[in-house]
Write a protein that binds this ligand. Sequence first.
Ligand code: SF4
Length: 363
Amino acid sequence: MNIFEKAKILGDGGRYDTCGPKSCEVKVRDSLGGIYHAKAENKNCILFKTLMSNSCSFDCKYCSNAKNSSKNKAEYTPKELSSIFMYLVKNLKVEGLFLSSGIAANPDKITEKMLEAVKLLRYKEKFKGYIHFKVLPGTSYELIKQASELSTRMSINLETPNKSIMSELSTCKDYKTDILRRQSWISKMKTGQSTQMIINNISTDKDIIKMADWEYKNFDLRRVFYSRFRPVKGTPLQNTPEEPLLRQNHLYNADFLMRNYNFKVSEFTRIMDDGMLPRIDPKVALAREYFDSAVDINQASYYELIRIPSIGPKTAQNIISTRQTNTITKTRDFTALGISIKRAAPFIKINGYRQKMLSDFCS
Ligand code: SF4
């Protein structure tokens, strides 16, 4: 098998590892596999997302690489991976590497090969760009430490929000030891870390949001990524229906509100029905739950302002400084502050009156 055939198979295998919300994961080249527009360190870039090997001795029920899978198997040597990556850097303007792997024999053995490839890139090829190193469950401390010194970002996939859901999907991964303990080690190293959870029909939104919050608080995570379940042919879950994209989007919205607006898990649980978020924008649902009546935009506190749809932390600050010299009354005041009247109107009043329609606002 030549190196381009390996790139196609291993690039395709890498697509299940999320490196951003859906909008950041646009495939650039289908013919080769694994080349995506993505966001790395808050910048748009082109990433080569690949596995080192797609053989795995683990049995995760959702995974196309699991043991006994009938897929074509491939594995790079460290030199091959470094050569194909540098070829892509020079010829296709690829700017970063996202490296993961199946656990071919045991986690340490394949991690040593991944590390060797990364060392070739850093020391021989003098590549200084973005490298995301996926830590495999159960990898030893020493190897994770070495990876941290060579990588820009690391992650280990949490996959499920708790131990009991993990045990329904895999008999091989020890949730506490293989995953949480490794996350705790990484949190003390210099490389920032993220993680990924699969959204499936056995995890509720409540389970997922609670665990994401716990992860942010305990491991200083940069991001939790959410990947909705989509059945893969040839796996034990091939006939399970895929999870809706809307559910994934709402979990990303909730995560954003927790990280950037400081919304609490208890606020989300109040709007849930049987552990699931409603099918509308979570911020609108939270505002309906929070406000008994409309709030005066010229008197509302910062805490109240950020709960109004279309008003974020920056806009809330701008409203507060504008109010020191002017009263907000006109459509153009809202436009200047970047507030969508349509979204905010149900929750605000001006000079004691609630404007029900756009035409009620003075221009
Ligand atoms: S350990 Fe990773 S690659 Fe292996 S079966 Fe599980 S999800 Fe797939």
